[in-house]
Write a protein that binds this ligand. Structure first.
Ligand code: FEO
Length: 407
């Protein structure tokens, strides 16, 4: 892929491959490497560039541009996403294509100033349905925030029915054959990418799909992995399915209670809370001993839970590892609308409950109740307090408003 590749009419691939990368963004394994996709559209009035590449690969990127046009011909640069794997070559491109205007989303403007370190960039903000008419082509901009940064956007080349989707529909999967109908089986990489990048933003994915479905799509030009041209709808449908909520419970809400226990005290609290939740209508309570729960299943359970309660004793002034595993997998969870709470028995200092509570708050769970702490073995009265804690938590998940405690 050392040369620019024609995609359709006067649209070219000018991206680069990073075949040897094995970990992306710290959290993703990339057995097949990845690509940083970018595109160039030639028109009779000039050239439009769609995104750039990671800085260390910019030489190849510029060689491809130079094989197709001069820098003076570049009139517009469209930046769908500013993460450095796509904006790394932008400062150099902007300094060479001096007359080019850069289209970005409003959220991207302050970020771009920090990335490009150039005060004199000519920027224009764009949003849904704003259009660029240029050289006989129409580029329609689409606001698709949080996929997966706040500033992300997409665009649509009307005459050729091509969607530029940003990171959406991407895969970390390098194959020099480039197009989905020519490369090897990248289904695993497509799903893995969704799970790690898009899954925490499912409602934003659905908002984007509603915009995408307004026009026919022949080709999806994404920012990573194979360009999708054989059956774009198949991949759109996958995103729709993975991002939709399964309403098998017909509107009932799930409250999941996770606990670990040393001497059964926190377990007894968990079961009393469970009984309290279960006494409420329209709720389904589930209870899990975290020491026997596979990490791979935690996220699935959390996703279907509107309420999440976590119980732990304090061991050596800390929270035990199975609880941290649960709390850390929430990085991949859409937290919007979720209610959290914490409880635990303790012997001496009892920091664990406050640590868990703080983590839920930082993750933007709604945490309406003060954590429930009980010293050592819960008495009958204290177990009744746990039951009442479960009742109140259930009422809140069901919509009861309470005054939030100030800390
Ligand atoms: Fe491919 Fe979010 O950068």
């Amino acid at each position: 892929m050392k040369q620019a590749i024609k995609i359709k009419n006067n649209l070219y691939y000018i991206g680069v491959s990073d075949a040897n990368i094995r970990t992306f963004d710290i959290i993703m394994k990339t057995a097949n490497g990845t690509t940083y996709n970018a595109y160039l559209l030639k028109t009779h009035e000039g050239v439009i560039i769609f995104d750039t590449v990671k800085e260390e690969f910019e030489e190849e990127f510029f060689a491809k541009i130079e094989s197709l046009c001069s820098y003076e011909e570049i009139k517009y640069i469209i930046m769908h996403h500013l993460e450095p794997d796509h904006s790394g070559a932008l400062p150099t491109l902007a300094s060479r294509a001096k007359s080019a205007k850069i289209f970005i989303s409003p959220m991207a403007r302050p970020m771009l100033k920090s990335i490009a370190k150039q005060e004199d960039l000519e920027l224009e903000n764009v949003w849904t349905n704003k259009e660029l008419h240029f050289g006989g082509k129409t580029i329609r901009f689409l606001s698709t925030p949080n996929l997966h940064w706040p500033e992300t956007m997409s665009s649509y080349l009307v005459e050729d029915k091509i969607l530029f989707s940003g990171d959406v529909f991407g895969s970390h999967y390098y194959d020099p054959r480039l197009f989905d109908d020519l490369v090897g089986d990248f289904d695993y990489a497509f799903k893995y990418y969704y799970d790690h990048i898009m899954r925490p933003f499912k409602s934003d994915v659905l908002n984007a799909l509603r915009l995408y479905e307004k026009a026919p799509i022949d080709i999806i030009c994404n920012l990573h992995g194979p360009i999708i041209r054989e059956n774009p709808q198949k991949y759109i449908d996958k995103y729709a399915k993975w991002s939709s909520r399964d309403d098998r419970l017909h509107g009932k809400k799930i409250i999941s209670i996770f606990y670990v226990t040393s001497y059964k005290n926190t377990k007894d609290m968990a079961h009393a809370i469970y009984d309290g939740v279960e006494s409420q209508t329209n709720l389904i309570a589930n209870i899990y001993d975290l020491t026997a729960l596979d990490e791979g299943n935690m996220l699935t359970i959390l996703e279907e839970s509107t309420g999440v309660l976590i119980g732990s004793p304090t061991i050596n002034g800390d929270v035990p590892k199975p609880v941290w595993d649960l709390l850390s997998c929430m990085m991949l969870l859409e937290k919007k609308g979720k209610v959290g709470g914490c409880f635990g028995s303790y012997g001496w200092s009892g920091e664990a409950v406050d640590m868990m509570n703080g983590r839920l708050k930082h993750l933007k769970f709604r945490v309406p109740l003060a954590p429930k702490k009980i010293k050592l073995i819960p008495t009958k009265e204290e177990l009744y307090e746990c039951f009442a804690f479960g009742v109140e938590f259930g009422e809140i998940v069901n919509g009861k408003m309470i005054e939030m405690t100030m800390e």
